[in-house]
Design a protein around this ligand. Structure first.
Ligand code: NAP
Length: 235
């Protein structure tokens, strides 16, 4: 059984992933940027709770120190993410996106992944079977968004898909650097959560499936890959 940290696990796909991993007998830390939301989620789940804002160096360092002191980490799920919609709920398309908006989104979705991974690498390297799951998106795929007639092709956003393409590249480069770890990117599928105003067509149970599977991958499992529930996705 492993010890897993899931960032942004106080709700949505992270929460459901925590529920499933606990059900399977693992120890799970619910990472939350808000102490009360984290405490309540952990209480509902029977999880441990750790304060963790992926955009804040001090918060991430403190979380790493806490988890190290309590016994270490085997599995890191970089799940926290934002989509960055307009105030009226619209997707930020090419005509409207600004560098500042893009920077805000990258701070969470991209730099957050690097910040958290970097801080937890020393703990993961001490694990017998270290695993990292980066929660990406189908919209990360250049092949996907250029395939005419698909929902990915029709999505007009710029910053969110670009951030997830960066997550895929980060995944590949970390996987090459740490061949002893299993490091993969996953696409949960379009899932009804707060991220998309619950417009997603899947349930969180369905969406979390590939995250849960890759969080439990063994030392002989894949690394440096990009998967959805049906298998490997084109980059
Ligand atoms: N839903 C989909 O259709 C879909 C599809 C593909 C990929 N994804 C990805 O799946 C992941 C989870 O998304 P979701 O759909 O479950 O969305 P969600 O319900 O909105 O949950 C997002 C989680 O991330 C947390 N978060 C945001 N900024 C954070 C920060 N700076 N530090 C720490 N936590 C932070 C949120 O915390 P607060 O509660 O404090 O805001 C929340 O716990 C994201 O990476 C998303 O891009 C989702």
């Amino acid at each position: 059984m492993t010890t897993t940290l899931i960032t942004g696990a106080n709700k949505g796909l992270g929460f459901e992933t925590a529920r499933r991993l606990i059900e399977a007998g693992h120890t799970v830390y619910v990472g939350s940027r808000n102490a009360e939301r984290g405490r309540l989620a952990a209480e509902r789940l029977g999880a441990r709770s750790v304060l963790l804002d992926v955009t804040d160096d001090g918060s991430v360092a403190a979380a790493a120190k806490t988890i190290e002191a309590e016994g270490g980490l085997d599995v890191l799920v970089n799940n926290a993410g934002i989509e960055g919609r307009t105030p009226d709920g619209g997707v930020l398309g090419a005509a409207d996106v600004t560098a500042d908006m893009m920077r805000t989104l990258f701070e969470t979705n991209v730099f957050g992944v690097v910040r958290v991974t970097h801080a937890f690498l020393p703990l993961l390297r001490r694990s017998a079977a270290p695993v990292i799951v980066n929660v990406s998106s189908g919209l990360a795929s250049l092949a996907g968004v250029t395939a005419q007639g698909t929902p990915a092709h029709a999505y007009p956003g710029v910053a969110y898909p670009a951030s997830k393409t960066a997550v895929n590249m980060i995944t590949v480069q970390y996987a090459k650097a740490f061949p002893g770890m299993r490091i993969n990117a996953v696409e949960p599928g379009y899932t009804a959560t707060d991220l998309n105003g619950h417009t997603g067509t899947q349930t969180v149970e369905e969406g979390a499936e590939i995250i849960v599977r890759m969080a439990q991958v063994g030392p002989d499992g894949p690394t440096g890959g990009y998967f959805d529930v049906s298998g490997t996705l084109p980059w």
